[in-house]
Design a protein around this ligand. Structure first.
Ligand code: NAI
Length: 677
């Protein structure tokens, strides 16, 4: 008997329990056990078989650890077909998260019951896959083609009530799955024919064509949403006996695809990222109240995110007017949440009452953590921490949201350095997933663990970073922009570079993005870096000249592009092209043509090189930290797995070759990482 699937006969009912912690994944032992259970229930001539799971959830998916190995018999589609074809009616009694292979199991049964709150979905798309055991073929036959397309192409989860309303469940129950199922089978309805024998209701003639167009646009280069659409189209147009083998073949093919590997890398990295070595043995401290200093763009977003996660917040500003303005900003974000249906009126009232906005540090005396988000100015920040330290407990955690200033300097002269930390949010702070957690030499493990726990509570991806100019993300961004500027001088236009990077999968190219966020911040940064810049490093001043001409981007209707009023669409501008040509001429450069691939190769090479240096220097512990920073803070396409994963995918030799070209073209401007030498 299988160790993970047991069969107990209770009267004429076979109780089939799957017990394969942690999530009852459909590994080979479960598959074997289910086959045996089918045979046993039939041999006992059972009136019904009830399949349920031990632990916190019904089957929540396939066994991802079997990926990369040849599939082992019995195969899941065959096991499920056996269940569907069995002479004994099967009843799935689900709870928890019934996902992927779990949802497929439920669909192979004759009846589906779910505990209130059970969530269902086909998340394969998020791992670059299509379902592999009939999910894309049975789901449209269960809930209709349109709803199936929605679920399978987005990976979105729905709860038991929603699935019931779509006709996908026979019963939603409260309480114990086995009890509910036993009650259900006591008065067992006559089963309909199995889903594989039914046909989905027809859809409009142009349904798939218009969906394909819509999804192509939304997927931005990721292929799995379209693959899932294709699989459902098979269900809509072919008998199950033809559609199912096609689904299976595509599933197996996709397991070895570059996109699926990249998406799986991102998935596993997200699990590993919150356990850096530097934090080993640390435990999070209790945080109830958070002081946020500075209620501007970042401070308001941070305050809102903290309120929304259930913390009390004291927002401290320079004076009462600024405090009022800060409160208004936060309330604006709350109102936005109500408008988008994310926050109920009740919750909004609760959030507002958990917020104090003041110009007096007394308001934060009992806070457990302070996050500073005032002007990017060392003196101002130091002042703020003096005030915080004199009003807060000696062990209250002090955090800075600085983008570039060395936190060690910011905290100079404050007592108990073990409580210092950087918490670097990204704009808009209540939306962007990335949180760089900056470790100072003095930061204690418990304080680090508290930073990670806060990230988790705020539903962010916390990534540990050491101290360097720009930390992980902005340091790579600077290198990327610098190389893009070199390419401008050497022959490209902003539009060509933007097009190439969008073609690679970035949501925006570097120049449209600068126009969107404004050119001033990087201008100020370049000025700040000027005194320490190596004198023989290649420097492109086009961005500076644009700022001097008051071309700050979209907000001034011109930047790297020009804009027609009320429209965000960038238009190429002769002023900029002339400026680039003049600057190149003055530097004695003969401009040449670059293909989009050459542009991508060079920009990716510097990104990878900088990422490798960051790991070499110990600023990031692992390549995966770098990958997640780029994915969650900078729109790097998840289906490419991040720059470091991309490097391993295309091969380090190709990166080396591109980086060698880059270094040759701009001598004295790039330090090569060891692994690219
Ligand atoms: P902001 O100018 O919108 O807001 C700064 C706020 O701090 C203002 O409301 C100001 O009144 C207040 N303030 C100034 N001095 C103060 C003092 N002594 N006491 C109390 N409040 C004071 O600036 P933003 O963009 O919110 O940036 C704040 C910090 O966050 C900076 O360190 C910045 O580098 C960092 N940051 C900014 C990001 C961005 O995209 N804007 C992203 C990540 C970090």
């Amino acid at each position: 008997m299988s160790s993970v699937v047991s069969v107990e006969l209770r009267g004429d009912i076979a109780l089939v329990e799957i017990n394969n912690p942690p999530v009852n994944a459909t590994g080979v032992a479960v598959r074997l056990g289910l086959l045996e259970a089918v045979a046993k229930a039939e041999a006992a001539n059972a009136k019904a078989a009830i399949v349920y799971c031990a632990g916190r959830t019904f089957v929540a998916g396939g066994d991802i650890s079997e990926f990369g190995k040849p599939p082992q018999e019995p195969h899941l589609p065959d096991v499920y077909q056996n269940i569907e074809d069995s002479s004994v009616p099967w009843v799935a009694a689900t709870h928890g998260t019934t996902l992927g292979g779990g949802f497929e199991l439920a669909m192979a049964c004759d009846f589906r019951l779910a505990q209130t709150g059970t969530r269902f979905g086909l998340p394969e798309v998020n791992l670059g896959l299509v379902p592999g055991a009939g999910g894309s073929q049975r789901l449209p036959r269960l809930i209709g083609v349109e709803a199936a397309v929605e679920l399978a192409t987005t990976g979105q989860l729905i709860d038991a009530q929603q699935l019931f309303d779509l006709g996908g469940l026979d019963l939603v129950f409260e309480g114990d799955p086995v009890e509910a199922a036993l009650e259900f089978v006591a008065d067992l309805p006559t089963p309909l024919s199995g889903l594989s024998k039914r046909s989905p209701a027809p859809v409009a003639d142009d349904f798939f064509a218009s969906k394909r167009a819509e999804i192509t646009k939304r997927a931005k280069g990721q292929t799995s949403p379209l693959d899932n659409l294709r699989a459902i189209e098979w269900a809509a147009t072919l008998p199950f006996s033809q559609g199912q083998p096609k689904e299976r073949a595509l599933h197996l093919e996709l397991r070895d695809s570059a996109q699926s590997k990249a998406l799986r890398h991102a998935f596993f990295s997200e699990r590993a990222v919150s356990k850096p070595k530097a934090m080993e043995g640390g435990a999070p401290l209790d945080i109830t109240k958070i002081a946020v200093v500075g209620g501007g763009l970042m401070g308001a977003g941070i305050a809102f995110a903290c309120l929304n996660a259930g913390y009390d917040v004291a927002l401290i500003e320079r004076d009462q007017d600024a405090a009022n303005a800060g409160r208004e900003r936060v309330e604006g974000l709350i109102a936005g949440g109500i408008k988008r249906g994310k926050i109920s009126q009740d919750k909004a009232e609760k959030l507002k009452s958990s917020l104090i906005a003041a110009d007096d540090y007394a308001a934060c005396a009992d806070a457990d953590l302070a996050i500073e988000a005032v002007f990017e100015d060392l003196g101002v920040k130091q002042q703020v921490f003096q005030s915080l330290a004199s009003h807060m407990r000696e062990d209250a955690i002090l955090a800075t949201n600085t983008s570039y200033i060395d936190p060690t300097q910011i905290f100079e002269g404050i007592t108990n350095p073990s409580r210092f930390i950087g918490l670097h949010f990204f704009s808009p702070a209540h939306i962007m997933k990335l949180l760089e957690i900056v470790q100072l030499p003095s930061t204690s493990k418990d304080v680090l663990a508290t930073g990670f726990d806060l990230g988790k509570q705020l539903r962010k991806v916390g990534v540990l970073s050491g101290i360097c100019d720009g930390f992980i993300g902005n340091r790579i961004l600077s290198a990327y922009r610098r190389q893009a500027d070199y390419l401008l001088m050497d022959g490209c236009t902003p539009k060509q570079i933007d097009d190439a990077m969008r073609g690679f999968g970035m949501p925006m190219g570097p120049y449209e993005l600068q126009d969107l966020t404004g050119l001033q911040i990087s201008w100020a940064n370049r000025k700040r870096q000027a005194p320490t810049r190596a004198p023989d490093e290649r420097y492109v001043r086009i961005g500076d000249l644009l700022c001097e001409a008051e071309r700050f981007g979209q907000r001034s209707a011109k930047g790297w592009y020009k804009y027609v009023e009320g429209d965000r669409k960038p238009h190429e501008d002769g002023f900029v092209t002339n400026l680039i040509e003049q600057e190149a001429k003055a530097a004695g450069i003969e401009r040449q043509l670059f293909t989009n691939q050459e542009i991508v190769d060079r920009l990716m090479a510097v990104m990878i090189n900088e990422g490798a240096l960051i790991v070499e220097e110990g600023i990031a512990e692992r390549d995966l930290d770098v990958d997640l920073v780029k994915i969650h803070g900078y729109g790097f396409p998840r289906w490419r797995g991040g720059p470091m994963h991309y490097a391993s995918e295309i091969g380090i030799d190709r990166v080396k070759a591109a980086m060698t070209d880059v270094a040759k073209q701009s001598p004295n401007s790039w330090r090569l990482a060891e692994r690219l030498k």
